[in-house]
Structures are given as structure tokens and as C-alpha cells.
Design a protein around this ligand. Structure first.
Ligand code: AMP
Length: 193
């Protein structure tokens, strides 16, 4: 099964993706994690994207399409994957459909975690208050910018996937366990949990 976890920055996509990996053995394919690893390693890709990530802008489509294609061809994706933070633009979604079709696969479902902007901002503020290690883009200012990018470039994908009949929307403001239970109901039917 190939799933897309969809939603604004800080909606909880990564948290749900990790739970899907643990429970269903579907690897989490997070382009954000892959790009941060490239930055940390100081690779040519990392050097190219570092300032883009810090500003909360989108990395060029062809770069993320390329890294996701390479990652998807690893053996652990043989039975599918959870896409987290990809696709983020219409060209990325089209490239993903083409890549999967070439392998006889498809996106089965897109799970949208819906969270109000004010809640996303209060989550960042809570992380800052709690201390700990924060990402360089985990600030209220950068979040506001990333939300603008989300509504402009990424939210149009909701219509793209709705038209394909694949979109399911969940309340991402519910407690983590309730979101996980709602995901299970979508994937396994009402008797799940
Ligand atoms: P994330 O961890 O998914 O929030 O991604 C962190 C940052 O990585 C984003 O703000 C973008 O700069 C970059 N990024 C991650 N995924 C993509 C993508 N699919 N397309 C373009 N840029 C991306």
C-alpha cells in the first residue's frame, strides 16, 4: 500500500508516519528528513538546499523527485511506503503518479491531517518553551512563511487527490492516539482498533 500523509507543517505527519512504519512495516519516506540528512552530511545536495530549508522555501521539484525515486527503489519499499512531506506541488504529484505507474503501483490513499493555523503556531511556541533541540526552521516566523508556501503551492493538491477519489480528511487537532485510531478506521474499516 502506498499512502500520502498530507497537511501543513507541524500537523503531525511525521508522528503518524512513524506509527504506520511501526505497525504496518511501511517505510516512512520523508523528503524533509532526507534533505536535512544531506545538509548534515555536507553533501553537494545538502550545500545546495541548506539556505532554502532555513528560509522555509521549497526545494526545486526535480531534486525531490529524484531523491524520492531513488529511495522508492530500495527493497524495503517493495510493499509500499508512507510518503511524508512529498508531494508538495502539482508537478511533484504528477511525477509521483508516473513513477509509481511505471512500477505497476499507485497511490492508494491520501490522509489529510487538518489543523488550524493558530494551533500550529501554538505548537511551535510550546516546543520553544519546552526547550530541547529545535530545527532551524522551527520558529514562529518561519512557520508563518511555510504556511504561506503550503497554502499557495501544496494545498491545491487537495483538489488533485479529491478528483482521484483518494482524499480522506482527519481532525489533526485531536490527541495523537485519536488520530492514529482514525487512520486505522480508514485503512482497516470501522471494526479497527
Ligand atoms: P518537512 O520536514 O517536510 O517540513 O520539510 C522541511 C523543508 O524541506 C521544507 O520546508 C522544504 O524546504 C524542504 N522540503 C521537504 N520536502 C519537500 C518537497 N516535497 N518539495 C520541496 N521542498 C521540500
Amino acid at each position: 500500500m502506498n499512502l500520502v500523509l498530507f497537511g501543513p507543517p507541524g500537523a503531525g505527519k511525521g508522528t503518524q508516519a512513524k506509527l504506520l512504519t511501526d505497525k504496518r512495516g511501511l517505510p516512512q519516506l520523508s523528503t524533509g528528513d532526507m534533505l536535512r540528512a544531506a545538509v548534515a552530511a555536507g553533501s553537494p545536495l545538502g550545500l545546495r538546499v541548506k539556505s532554502i530549508l532555513e528560509k522555509g522555501e521549497l526545494v526545486p521539484d526535480e531534486l525531490v523527485i529524484d531523491i524520492i525515486g531513488q529511495r522508492y527503489d530500495q527493497p524495503d519499499c517493495a510493499h509500499g511506503a508512507v510518503f511524508d512531506g512529498f508531494p508538495r506541488t502539482i508537478p511533484q504529484a504528477e511525477a509521483l503518479d508516473t513513477m509509481l505507474a511505471a512500477r505497476g503501483k499507485q497511490i492508494d490513499l491520501v490522509l489529510e491531517l487538518k489543523v488550524d493555523d493558530a494551533v500550529l503556531l501554538s505548537r511551535v511556541e510550546a516546543r520553544i518553551k519546552a526547550g530541547g533541540v529545535l530545527r532551524s526552521d522551527d520558529t514562529p516566523e518561519t512557520l508563518k512563511h511555510r504556511l504561506g508556501v503550503y497554502y499557495k503551492n501544496t494545498a491545491p493538491l487537495l483538489d488533485f487527490y479529491r478528483a482521484q477519489g483518494k482524499l480522506r480528511t482527519l481532525d489533526g487537532m485531536a490527541p495523537v492516539g485519536a488520530v492514529t485510531a482514525a487512520v486505522a478506521v480508514i485503512l482497516d474499516g470501522p471494526t479497527a482498533g
